[in-house]
Design a protein. Structure first.
Lengths: 278, 170
């Protein structure tokens, strides 16, 4: 009788326990999670101490194999870290190289300006071209202004040739009136003819020198130099070249000479503004 | 059955399982002996049937509490309870007394409980991070090697050195 009771009790106990296990299995994770959190909170001290001891023990390898594995892992970690640093340094180097190229380009530009001995007396301000404006595409907007020493009337060089004068200036930008602007008037000299005149802009990259007293016709390609005026450096600076020439209909002794700039203004990226004489 | 001693023992084993046992590893840090599995076999072999059932489910409860599978409880309560009870019944057929047999019992129990737990997890969620080699071979094997030697201090603590039953003589 007792044995039968015990046997039944075992089965019932087993059944109850299985039911309890199923209840746990299908209980919401939030409910069972509380039990686990309670366990962790109640035994936080031995668990944390055990954890610290375990972590500390991992820093001291227990065998040669363990030491080798640890060394391997450390080397892998270090390799990954070095790869990240390598990528950063490579990008940094690329940025620096680009900056160096830009600085070198500016230095070369300024060095070319300094190559003319007389220009050593001048001070230049490099300015980047923002846009080519004006109805006849005869004005330039540059990214330097009053804050950089620019002022109205200063002459502007592009590709080592005179291309215009500063016509308006704000704090950080300026407008340059090109020599091809219809309102531009600049005294010039045609070198081969040794004749002087006033170059007037005609727009579209061209200008004209009217009423030039000359005994012979100017040839295409002859150089035209800007003459000395207040604020001008005092040295001849090429401004244009002859395209063609024709006699003046009213006075056959005079010539009308059509010229164009010697600088590719449409593709110009930077200019040099002559600030003042030293 | 000294239930207070049992509770202390299971609690200490659960804490050790999640802390100090991490220091014992061979080849791989994730392969470590399962102290609660060793206790399961110990009590399944040496307890009376009813006590063995309760002890098996209680150890499974502790296992789920200390290191829950997939974030919820239940899989090891059931797997430990069911297979602990089966081992207890099996012990009526042939005694598991010698050290190699005890080790083999721990090894087999480790495999079947790991598989059963894994399958039970499917009832609730998609199991993640189950390694058959580790959980179904290396861990039970390591537990099987260490287990018989753990039986001695556990038996001393529980005053249960010596098998509950002997193999019936014919």
């Amino acid at each position: 009788m007792t044995g039968k009771w015990v046997k039944t009790s075992k089965r019932m106990t087993f059944t109850y326990c299985v039911l309890g296990g199923l209840i746990f299995l299908f209980s919401p994770a939030s409910v069972t999670g509380r039990l686990q959190l309670t366990y962790a909170r109640l035994f936080s001290w031995p668990l944390s101490v055990g954890r610290q001891v375990t972590v500390a023990s991992r820093t001291a390898p227990v065998s040669e194999t363990g030491r080798t594995i640890d060394t391997h892992r450390q080397l892998q970690d270090k390799l990954a870290e070095l790869q990240v640093q390598h990528r950063k340094l490579r990008n940094h180097l690329a940025n620096r190289e680009a900056q160096l190229d830009e600085a070198q380009r500016k230095i070369d530009e300024l060095a070319r300006l300094r190559s003319v001995p007389e220009w050593n007396r001048m001070s230049f301000q490099q300015a980047g071209v923002i846009s080519l404006t004006g109805q006849a595409q005869s004005e330039l907007m540059v990214d330097r202004g009053q804050d950089d020493g620019l002022a109205v009337g200063q002459y502007v060089l592009g590709d080592l040739s005179m291309i215009g004068v500063v016509s308006a200036v704000s704090a950080q930008t300026a407008r340059i009136k090109l020599i091809t602007d219809p309102t531009s008037r600049i005294p010039v000299r045609v070198e081969q003819l040794d004749a002087r005149g006033v170059m007037e802009g005609r727009g579209s990259g061209t200008a004209e020198i009217s009423q030039v007293p000359a005994r012979q016709q100017a040839r295409p390609g002859d150089r035209v130099y800007a003459l000395n005026t207040p604020g001008f450096p005092g040295v001849p600076i090429v401004a244009a070249e002859v395209v063609d020439s024709r006699r003046d209909p009213d006075n056959p002794m005079l010539w009308s000479i059509r010229v164009r700039t010697v600088c590719d203004i449409a593709n110009l990226t930077s200019v040099a503004v002559i600030i003042s004489e030293k | 059955m000294r239930w207070l001693r049992f509770a202390v023992l299971v609690l200490v084993a659960a804490i050790l399982q999640t802390t100090f046992v991490d220091m014992i590893w061979i080849l791989n840090a994730n392969i470590k002996p399962d102290l609660l599995l060793i206790l399961l076999v110990f009590f399944a072999v040496r307890c009376d049937p009813t006590d063995a059932v309760i002890a098996s489910f209680a150890i499974g409860f502790a296992a789920d509490l200390a290191s829950p599978t997939a974030g919820f409880m239940g899989p090891r309560i059931l797997s430990f309870g069911v297979f602990g009870t089966l081992l207890n019944d099996l012990h009526n057929v042939f005694a598991i007394q010698r050290l190699p047999y005890q080790g083999a019992a721990i090894f087999v129990m480790g495999i079947v409980t790991a598989l059963a737990s894994h399958l039970l997890v499917y009832l609730r969620a998609e199991p993640a991070g189950f390694s058959i080699a580790r959980q179904c071979f290396w861990q039970p094997a390591l537990s099987g090697v260490i287990g018989p030697f753990v039986f001695l201090p556990v038996g001393w603590w529980m005053h249960m050195n010596g098998s509950r039953r002997r193999r019936p003589r014919h």
